[in-house]
Every structure is written in structure tokens, then in C-alpha cells.
Design a protein around this ligand. Structure first.
Ligand SMILES: C[S@@+](CC[C@H](N)C(=O)[O-])C[C@H]1O[C@@H](n2cnc3c(N)ncnc32)[C@H](O)[C@@H]1O
Ligand code: SF4
Length: 397
């Protein structure tokens, strides 16, 4: 147990390293989905197959990943990865009140007026924040199984959104990837140790977040839902998603009634033509049909990634949400690719966009729509406080 001094100040601490593990689409484990040490996108830019060396600060890699061969001493299952040397060091650094290098994406957003994942997750799990030090062994070990998992069961996706990329989307991979790599990546489907660990600990799982790729196309996602139903544990589990909602949700809808709760952030970066321009391969009408069908059963909100192309369509997205009685989350501001980021707008356009955002914020405030008003305020500060050269490459979340 770490003592004395209790928990570190909230300015650096994040609850996730105590309760959560992320497993990326290509088999690298992370402190969360914006862990700077988890992404190795530069490897996929190489013409010849490179050595898949893991970042020194990464948590580890799964046995079914391409990294396993080149980093045999850092291959781990999810329970082992949760207490890997880098994860233990992260907890101790946070408890000392220091910033963690791998968490720079969150600190960067906070420093520029935008919401960070750290802030929103600390709010959601506020009750877990007290007593983290008491649950931490002197070497940083936490004995519990992580009750909140974000396992990206591969990159299968039907779309090629303009701000997304390979290896995150197999549809991007089908169009453009190095010859040595396959379009579809799925390191977990045949990982027997992972499936045994999930089965053995199914009674401890409380929350799952699914993204990808497109979760409603991932065999591993359905296999995990079915495992939880079959073992009688689904009723303890909150499910949360980001989905493009352009594929049929019927199979998932048949499983959802077994779960404690289901929330879906339906990715919506514009209305009609703007939606289709950004979410390439998707049809607005199909998105709306799927969204309205799902809403009859589970909580659905619009998940917007503000960027240059949709800055002038945010009003339409908000109007659509108001007409359909939907909440909107606009906090996931695009930083990368730089040319799509609002931070890369020329100064005169930033001035016009500032006026538009200010007007939208006033409209949201009049409607009592606090969350979109706050998100738009953060977007405005982010846009105005940044030079494109300052942008941090996050990988795509
Ligand atoms: C990678 S997607 C995976 C889940 C699903 N395919 C979807 O689109 O919702 C998760 C979220 O990341 C967003 N996203 C994609 N590329 C991004 C980028 N470059 N910057 C910020 N968010 C991005 C998407 O819009 C989506 O809301
Ligand atoms: S953002 Fe989602 S839907 Fe779009 S290409 Fe990426 S993974 Fe697919």
C-alpha cells in the first residue's frame, strides 16, 4: 500500500490505470485509448515490413499480435498487462502528482481549453478516486482484475472516413496499405488465453467499451457479448459504444436486453451530404434509420468529431438532434490529420468561425443545453489557442 499523503492532486491523476485496460486493434495494450505509447502508426507507413518494436513506454502486446515475435519479453495476457512494469510505474507517478508522458494527449487538451478523456472519465468514476493510494502496493501493483475493458476486436470497417486511417479501418486498408500487411487485422479472435481469461473473470466485468473498426462488424465483439450472456453475467455489465450505425444493428439488438445498460455514441459528423462527404461509404438515410431503430431500445446520442469540414454544419447537426430529442457530444475534436483540424484554419476564417461558435453557444444556453454549449466553448478555445505546428498526433481514437 502506498502511503502517506493519500491520493495525488486531481490535476494529474486518472482513475483508468486502476480500473481499466485498453487493447488496441493491432494488439498493443494501453492505459486507455489515447495512450500515446500504444500507437505505432508510423510502422504502417513503411514500404518494407519493419521490425515491430514496441515503444519503450507501451504496456505490452498480445500473443496474437504482429509485435509478439519482435518483443517476446513483453508479450502478456490482459491480467498480466494490467500489472506490467510500465503500468505500475504509471500509477506511482500519478500518485506522486506528476504528469505521465504517455498521457500527454489529455494534458495537451486541458492546456488548450479542450475537454480531456481523463477529465470526463474521472467525473464518471468519481467514487473510485478516493482510496486509490490505499489500493496500490508499494511497487504499483493493483491486485484486482480491471472491471472496465476496451478491447478493439480488430479493424473491420465498412467506411473510409476522411479523418480516419489504416490500420484503424480495414476499408482504408483495402484502398491503401503497404503490401506486407493485410487490410483486416484481428489479433484477439484466436487468442485462447484471452478468451479463457475473459471467461474466468466474467463475473468481475462491469463495463465494456467497444469501438474499432466498426463494432457491429466485429466477430470478437459478438463473441464477448455472447460469453457474458451464456455465463449469466451480462446483467452486471454496462455496455458503451462508438458505432458508425451504417450496418444493421439487429444482431446486437437481440443481445442488448440481457445487459445492465447500453449506451451508443452514434458517430455523426454532419447532416446529409456533409455526413456522406466525411463518412465515406456511409449513407445518411441508413444512419438515420438505424439510429431511430436503436433508440427504441437503448440510449443513443450523437458523437461528433468537430473538424474543418463540418465546422459550418454543426448547426444542422444540433438542429437534427433537437428535432429527434437526442443528446450531442462534441468533445472529440480532431487534432490529426492536421489539415483537417480547426487549428489549421487561417486567421480570418478562425475569426468567422469564432463568431459562428459564439452564436451557437448562445443558442444552446437559451435551450438549457449545457453539454453542447460547454463542448462548443472548448472547441472555440482549442481553435484559437493553437498553431497547427503545436498539434499532437494522437493516432485515431
Ligand atoms: C475510430 S471510430 C471507431 C468506431 C466506429 N467505427 C465509429 O466510427 O464510431 C471512434 C470515433 O473516433 C472518431 N475519429 C475517427 N478519426 C478521428 C480522428 N482523426 N480524430 C478524432 N476522432 C476521430 C470517429 O468519428 C468515432 O466517433
Ligand atoms: S471513423 Fe469509424 S467508421 Fe469511420 S473509417 Fe474509422 S473506424 Fe470506420
Amino acid at each position: 500500500m502506498v502511503s502517506p499523503g493519500g491520493d495525488a492532486p486531481n490535476a494529474t491523476l486518472c482513475v483508468l490505470p486502476w480500473i481499466h485496460l485498453c487493447a488496441s486493434i493491432d494488439g498493443v495494450y494501453g492505459r486507455c485509448c489515447v495512450d500515446d505509447a500504444m500507437y505505432h502508426n508510423e510502422l504502417y507507413q513503411q514500404e518494407e515490413e519493419p521490425v515491430f518494436a514496441l515503444n519503450d513506454d507501451a504496456i505490452g502486446c498480445s500473443p496474437g499480435s504482429r509485435y509478439a515475435k519482435d518483443n517476446p519479453d513483453r508479450v502478456a495476457g490482459i491480467a498480466e498487462a494490467f500489472n506490467s512494469p510500465n503500468m505500475k510505474r504509471t500509477r506511482l507517478t500519478m500518485l506522486r502528482g506528476e504528469r505521465v508522458d504517455a498521457c500527454k494527449y489529455c494534458y495537451f487538451r486541458e492546456d488548450h481549453g479542450a475537454q480531456s478523456y481523463r477529465q470526463s472519465i474521472n467525473r464518471r468514476f468519481e467514487h473510485e478516486l478516493d482510496g486509490l493510494a490505499a489500493r496500490t502496493d508499494a511497487d504499483g501493483t493493483v491486485e484486482d482484475f480491471p472491471f472496465f475493458l476496451d478491447i478493439r476486436f480488430g479493424n473491420t470497417c465498412n467506411l473510409r472516413c476522411v479523418m480516419c486511417t489504416y490500420p484503424v479501418s480495414s476499408a482504408w486498408g483495402a484502398k491503401q496499405r503497404p503490401a506486407w500487411s493485410s487490410a483486416v487485422i484481428d489479433p484477439y479472435r484466436a487468442d485462447e488465453e484471452l478468451w479463457q481469461t475473459l471467461r474466468d473473470n466474467a463475473h468481475l466485468i462491469r463495463r465494456l467499451y467497444f469501438a474499432g473498426g466498426e463494432p457491429f462488424l466485429q466477430p470478437g465483439h459478438f463473441a464477448l457479448l455472447e460469453l457474458l450472456v451464456e455465463t449469466g453475467n451480462a446483467g452486471n455489465v454496462d455496455l458503451s459504444y462508438n458505432s458508425n450505425l451504417t450496418v444493421s444493428p439487429d444482431r446486437a439488438m437481440a443481445l442488448f436486453p440481457h445487459f445492465k445498460s447500453v449506451g451508443i455514441g452514434a458517430s455523426c459528423d454532419g447532416v446529409g451530404e456533409v455526413f456522406e462527404r466525411i463518412r465515406v461509404g456511409g449513407q445518411w438515410s441508413m444512419f438515420v434509420d438505424n439510429l431511430r431503430k436503436l433508440r427504441t431500445q437503448v440510449d443513443v446520442w450523437l458523437q461528433v468529431s468537430p473538424q474543418r469540414i463540418n465546422l459550418w454544419d454543426l448547426r444542422n447537426v444540433l438542429e437534427f438532434a433537437r428535432t429527434d430529442g437526442l443528446n450531442v457530444d462534441l468533445s472529440n475534436v480532431v487534432q490529426w490529420p492536421e489539415d483537417l483540424s480547426v487549428a489549421s484554419l487561417p486567421q480570418d476564417e478562425k475569426a468567422r468561425a469564432t463568431a459562428e461558435l459564439t452564436d451557437l453557444i448562445a443558442w444552446c444556453v437559451d435551450l438549457g443545453w449545457d453539454k453542447p454549449a460547454a463542448d462548443l466553448g472548448a472547441l472555440r478555445s482549442f481553435m484559437n489557442s493553437l498553431d497547427p505546428a503545436d498539434l499532437v498526433d494522437e493516432g485515431a481514437s
